[in-house]
Each structure stands twice: as structure tokens, then as C-alpha cells.
Design a protein around this ligand. Sequence first.
Ligand code: FMN
Length: 185
Amino acid sequence: MSFLLSRKSIVTQWMVEPAPSKNDIDFMLQAAVTAPDHGWLRPWRFIVIEGEARKKLSNLFVEALKVRNPDATTEQLEKEGSRPLLAPLVIVVCSVMTDEKPGVPQNERVLSAGAAAQNILLAAHERDYGAIWLTGNAAYDPTVKAGLGLAENMNVVGFLYIGSVEREVKERKRPDPAEYTIHWD
Ligand SMILES: Cc1cc2nc3c(=O)[nH]c(=O)nc-3n(C[C@H](O)[C@H](O)[C@H](O)COP(=O)(O)O)c2cc1C
């Protein structure tokens, strides 16, 4: 429980090399595929981007921002392209909206992909990496979707930025669950 309760997001600016090893990445993906999955639809896909490939993601973000906002300043474009380069590893978690098993509501596919993403964050934390789940406009951008090669029925659920962290990170104050809970009787 202390491991679960101590998970916290780490900003990409605090991430340093080395990237997680292949073994660590496999561990994270194994955690991902234990996500609850109504109907065994496996409604998730994972795109692992590390090393030089991050430059392609960075270029894609910049290209997409140019399309979204042709007036974007050089500074805005640089900022947009910087994040994938700060994190040693990016895992893009995608949902798959299949028509299979129409009895399973579509949004449950997204929920399952979200659970897979959370499992990756937890697995990264267990291996002492810092991680953060970000979307931003890029996650919903058609240029990014096409550039990543996603099919029409797939969507980005999040970009998980993962890397080593050298600095001390304070525990994060969490809310009192009682404020968000009722015991219904
Ligand atoms: C679906 C989703 C998308 C998110 N997108 C962003 C984002 O684009 N930018 C951001 O600053 N935080 C985003 N967050 C929040 C961070 O991942 C993180 O949860 C937040 O900074 C709080 O840190 P904590 O996880 O330690 O509580 C997102 C969270 C979720 C679940």
C-alpha cells in the first residue's frame, strides 16, 4: 500500500537519462494488459517511443501545432516540440473503439485503456522511474493521430512520459477521501 499511496506525477523537466531498460518497459506493458477489460476486447494499443524516435514525435507535435494555429510563434512551436525530448521514454496509450460486442458500451473501451495507462504509471513507479500522463491538444489532434499511424477507430488516451529522476521529490498532499465519498444506506 505504501507503494500505491506514494505514486505521484513527475514533470518532464525533472526527468533524466537513462530511459527504462527493455526489461522495465516489458514489465510496464505486462502491467498494462492486466487492466480490467469488459468482454476481453483488449481495447488498447501501446506505442513505445524512445531514443532518436522521440525527435519524430517532437516534429509531429510541431507540425500539428502549425496546422492548428498557423500564427503560432517560434517560442510556442519550440515549447510544443520540447516535451518528448525531455522524457527518455514516451508510451502512447491508445483506445480502440471496436464494433465487436455491442453490449459493451463504447466508453468502457476508453475506461479500460485509462486503467492500462494507470497500471503503466504504477509499474514505472515500482521501478523507481518518474512518470506523468499528459494529453494536451496533441492527444486530440488529427495530424498527430495520422502521424502516429492510428486507425480511424483508435484514439490517443494519453502520452505517458517516463524517465529517471535524480532529485528528491516531496510526498504530494492528497485530499481526504471522505470529502468525495458517501456511504449509501
Ligand atoms: C487523461 C489525463 C490527461 C491529463 N493531461 C494533462 C495535461 O495535458 N497537462 C497536465 O498538466 N496534466 C495533465 N494530467 C494530470 C497529470 O497527469 C497529473 O495527474 C497531475 O499533474 C497531478 O499529479 P499527480 O498524478 O501526482 O496527482 C492529465 C491526467 C489525466 C488522467
